[in-house]
Design a protein around this ligand. Structure first.
Ligand SMILES: [Zn+2]
Length: 455
């Protein structure tokens, strides 16, 4: 470890926290697009604040349409070959569980609280102080560094599309918007919709799932069935999903409550929708609904019934039936599939096409994404891992995930930080936190990476 880097960063703890507190104080949640503010006023304000700070530090700054800010450091005009990509936008902080003001940085017992402290304003501030450290210590570099601060990661990364109109990404890019040590494989993804005509005297309507990228924890149905049969079937149900019944005139409103989980890790959830469909099929028959259950049986998360099951080093394929809207006239379902690198986008699509048409559904994809893979043995990844081992004192390794990170569509990009181990930092939740020590270590790690990759 370079003792000078360590000492520089730790002696600038106050300044680093001050920058973070200024960023946290800007509630940079996506707002209404306006001229010169493509993602609303507050993300733009966060970007403009960062622009001012980067200028004052003496970096060469470029602002692309108030969507992306670049701060370059390339002594003697060396070509820029390393990019550090972080984002300044945040998700809303509406949860009732916050014990501090989410838009005011709070520190208690060495822990920093506030919206964005781990995702991703803390890592962004740490990256800036890492670069300042390299500059002020005049660490010799052969190639230059670019910090890239975006403002739309949480809502589709349109910011990077704007960046791409103006400039290319450096050869090596990492984003501290995932977890340590290094995420080098992100599964491919398909989101799709299937539909069929529907009419049935007993099944008036079914409605389930709020978002496509999660195991639904709630679903409801309006049924015209016998009360006794319904209550008996519920009493016999072994899914672990909770059912409640309310009578409305001659109909029964059945509500299913399961357990939500992210679509990339569905094993931890309990799908309320597939449990409800199964319950209805046991009560009253309908071909369309039986087809739905054949394709998405309760408890299955590996796509077996669509003929998709497969796995490799990058993990197992996951499949979640996440949304369903059925009424007299039509039944429309939506699902989310994450596939490992042992299969391909076209193979998954072909199998879906066949499975859905076998049961009389029409099918279309609403999102298609190839897997993102950076070889573990690449020079860049090996350097990241060796810096990680040196600073953290534990083995560095590559990780594959089902979700997509900020670098999903950047060739050669990997995630490096900023979550550690199994810690739940309450990212996107109430009381989001990072420890002050972790924030400082991030800055040390990033400065060491700059020295290693560009030196
Ligand atoms: Zn993030």
């Amino acid at each position: 470890m370079n003792a000078k880097i360590h000492d520089y960063i730790y002696s600038h703890e106050g300044e680093l926290k001050k920058l973070l507190s200024e960023l946290v104080a800007i509630p940079s949640v996506m707002g209404k697009p306006a001229p010169n503010a493509p993602f609303g006023e507050e993300p733009k304000n966060a970007l403009l604040h960062m622009e001012k700070v980067c200028r004052e530090m003496g970096f060469s700054v470029t602002n692309y349409e108030n969507a992306v800010l670049c701060a370059d450091y390339s002594p003697n005009g060396a070509p820029i070959e390393l990019g550090i990509l972080a984002h300044l936008d945040v998700v809303p902080a509406e949860g009732a569980g916050w014990t501090t003001n989410p838009f005011e940085l709070a520190e208690k017992d060495g822990i920093l609280y506030g919206r964005g402290v781990i995702d991703d304003k803390g890592p962004a501030a740490a990256a800036l102080y890492a670069l300042l450290c390299v500059k002020e210590l005049a660490i010799p570099l052969k190639t230059g560094v670019r910090l890239i601060f975006g403002t739309n990661e949480e809502n589709g990364s349109e910011d990077l599309e704007i960046y791409k109109k103006h400039d290319k990404f450096p050869k090596n890019v990492f984003t501290p918007d995932g977890s340590f040590p290094v995420i080098n494989i992100e599964k491919g993804m398909i989101r799709g919709r299937f539909s069929a005509d529907f009419s049935d005297g007993n099944i008036v309507s079914i409605d389930g799932g709020k978002v496509i990228n999660a195991v639904p924890d709630g679903a409801s149905a309006n049924l015209q069935v016998s009360r006794e049969a319904l209550l008996e079937e519920i009493s016999r149900d072994e899914s672990g999903v909770k059912f409640t019944v309310v009578q409305e005139n001659d109909n029964f409103l059945v509500t299913a409550t399961g357990k939500a989980a992210h679509a990339s890790t569905p094993e931890g959830g309990k799908n309320a929708l597939t449990a409800l469909v199964s319950l209805i099929n046991r009560l009253t028959g309908n071909d369309i609904l039986r087809g739905v259950e054949k394709l998405f049986p309760f408890g299955e998360t590996d796509g077996s019934s669509l003929g998709l099951k497969c796995s490799d080093d990058s993990g197992a394929l996951t499949c979640v039936f996440s949304k369903f809207a059925l009424s007299q006239g039509s039944a429309v379902g939506q699902f989310d599939i994450r596939f490992p690198t042992c299969t391909t986008l076209s193979e998954v699509k072909e199998k879906c096409q066949k499975a859905f048409s076998d049961y009389g559904f029409s099918f279309e994809t609403t999102l298609e994404d190839e897997p993102h893979v950076v070889p573990e043995n690449s020079d860049f990844v090996q350097k990241l891992l060796s810096v990680y081992e040196k600073i953290e004192g534990e083995r560095g390794r590559c990780v594959a995930i089902g979700g997509g990170t900020y670098v999903h569509n950047i060739e050669g990009g990997v995630a490096f930080g900023a979550e550690r181990g199994d810690t739940d930092y309450h990212m996107h939740g109430d009381n989001e936190f990072v420890t002050a020590e972790e924030l400082l270590k991030d800055a040390v790690l990033f400065a060491e990476v700059i020295a290693e990759v560009c030196g």
